[in-house]
Design a protein around this ligand. Sequence first.
Ligand code: AMP
Length: 488
Amino acid sequence: MKTFKDLGLHPELLGAVERLGFEQPTPIQKETIPAILEARRDIIAMAQTGTGKTAGFGLPIVQQVETGKPGVQALILCPTRELCLQITRDLTAFASGRQGVSLVSVYGGASIETQIKSLKRGAQIVIGTPGRTLDLIKRKALRLETLRWLVLDEADEMLNMGFREDLDAILSKTSSEKQTLLFSATMPEGVRRISASYMQNPREITAGVRNSGADQVSHEYYVVKSHNRYTAVKRLADLNPDIYGIIFCRTRSDAREITSELLSDGYNADALHGDLTQAQRDTVMDRFRKRQIQLLVATDVASRGLDVSELSHIINFTLPDDPEVYVHRSGRTGRAGRAGKSLIILQPKELFMIRRLEKLVGKKFEYRKIPSGQEICEKRLYSLMDRLEKITVNEKEIAPFLPAIVKKFSWLDRDELLKRIVAFEFNRFLDYYRLAGDINASVEPVVHSDQGQGKKRKRKPPAPSSGHKQGRKGKPAAGKRRRAGRTQ
Ligand code: AMP
């Protein structure tokens, strides 16, 4: 097993790696660190957030920058301001054992004058978004003649965000002497074109194509009619009281609508999409990171740069058109050694997509039924009992009130008291789900080759009718709709 030392890192960097708690290099680091230290060929790497790619390029660059020399030696381009700041934080930590390494990050939405001043003071490493970087190059505040490394991080996302022309303009201004390192979660045509136009005989690395925790992710799909998607999300959230996750949707209007439905149903949710200002996005991300928001409803582009490693669930409200984007979404859970689930809500006509995704992910996806109201109530009840059992009692603070409380309930026996505690917390769930019907669509689940030809499952009969009238989106009809939101 190769260590960071075997890969060629110096003691100053090894100290930083140790402080960060990295025990051994990730697959992508094993490839990129020696390749960058030996200044070998250009590199094009399929890698997404979570593979350790930032250290993969950051450690060898930080080790090699020449601190006494003027001029920018490394330029790292990435799609968003958040990612820019994240990379800057990471590289600053890698450089903590080396004197004199200076980094500057440049991005839109902040004062360009301040950034020009920082660049004038001298920076060996510049981390920037393409638009602002080009602006600074045009103003001659940023010169690239001395560049040794050019990193394109999340290249696919930079193209998705419309930075194609800016990238072309920047890349055409750099000399061919440098080493170019391109990282991308997916390899669409646009990324291939950049590689063909600006990179020399690049070596392709696919190690770490999926996040290192991908084995920890299980994939489940649920089939409902389109108008029941929201009800499905709600039931899945209710079934998982401790959920901390992202609900991905394709459009901003979906994100807006789902968030407002969740909020009016009493959930702890917020939206992250392109209609928000940068400051609003920052606030939402910060609150989500601090777990003040339990469910983040996001579009793919807006959620880039949000690095949270403890997500329990990803919910695909709609699947993306590009299957690689699904891999990226699901790779956001199952990190840091924790198990994670990626849940997919589908219409019957989208079932064919499951096979395609299974091939890409290399795992079997499990068909599951959206739980019934009774199943959810049971699960919530047990979760409530667990919480009651495990709650920390502050004896000292409660002591003064206890005699009065005991007196007040003295006429109730233990069982009666328990019933009341449970009912207090639970009545709204029971009320809400009393009339909830089965929303599973009739489907023929994906048959896997290991199930054998003869075992092909028969088409299931249509889901039984609940006999109850459902309101819009499968909610109980007006008047019966009650909040079944978070219990905390
Ligand atoms: P990245 O793919 O660069 O976004 O990194 C994902 C996360 O993995 C970050 O929180 C890093 O600090 C962490 N990380 C990077 N390399 C290692 C490593 N070799 N061992 C453990 N954690 C790592």
